[in-house]
Design a protein around this ligand. Sequence first.
Ligand SMILES: Nc1ncnc2c1ncn2[C@@H]1O[C@H](COP(=O)(O)OP(=O)(O)OP(=O)(O)O)[C@@H](O)[C@H]1O
Ligand SMILES: Cc1cn([C@H]2C[C@H](O)[C@@H](COP(=O)(O)O)O2)c(=O)[nH]c1=O
Length: 211
Amino acid sequence: MTSMYPGYFISFEGIDGAGKSTHIEAFQKLMQERYPNREVVMTREPGGTPLGEQLRGLLLDAPMNLETEALLMFAARREHIAQVIEPALMAGKIVISDRFTDASFAYQGGGRGLSIDKLNELERWVQGRSSGLLQPNLTILFDLPGEVAEARRSKVRAPDKFEKMDLNFFEKVRQEYLRRAKEDPKRFHMVDATQTPEVIWDGLKKLELNI
Ligand SMILES: Nc1ncnc2c1ncn2[C@@H]1O[C@H](COP(=O)(O)OP(=O)(O)OP(=O)(O)O)[C@@H](O)[C@H]1O
Ligand SMILES: Cc1cn([C@H]2C[C@H](O)[C@@H](COP(=O)(O)O)O2)c(=O)[nH]c1=O
């Protein structure tokens, strides 16, 4: 929602291995160069606060009930919004978050099958404001077929709980991301992540933002 705060909120999304991390730091630098009078805050979900990072440790490793998982994702998000995102946006900063609520819809909803009504309720609870829902102004979605992402994912580091999921899970996650993007085309910028990193970066550099 563009007019809610003086700042600007950008999220990066995609299935694991789609290529967000490859571009996010360079994108932060690009924003800082382009908008030298604005502070650029880089953060991530789950995480972004000391409590959120503790919850991340649990969420990425411990087996748990699906509703517990969704509630903890939103609990970490509530803290993140209160401590980091909202104060930065109110101060006119640019916030870049590696994942936000679209990931809950995609992973807990699409992937795991939690009802979208329940996710909508949690979203309203955590992000509802008198002027509407706190949402990113821009969401950059790296879209990639599950099998390509699987082949790209690191074989060096041990996979976390989500990265261990099968192709069918990631295809459902991807489809929910695509459904969300179709529902809100003004907010989403789609990246065809099958392209080379150079081509993807050229596209990101050309993005015109209404900051
Ligand atoms: N466009 C690309 N073409 C080929 N390989 C790529 C491309 N983008 C990233 N990679 C490689 O794919 C792997 C996964 O990329 P990256 O870590 O950026 O994904 P990610 O979406 O951030 O994953 P995660 O969400 O699990 O952190 C890395 O080894 C990276 O070098
Ligand atoms: C915010 C959020 C994240 N997830 C999942 C998606 C990823 O598998 C991990 C985070 O790992 P990353 O390397 O930092 O991308 O968490 C989720 O299932 N639901 C969420 O709301």
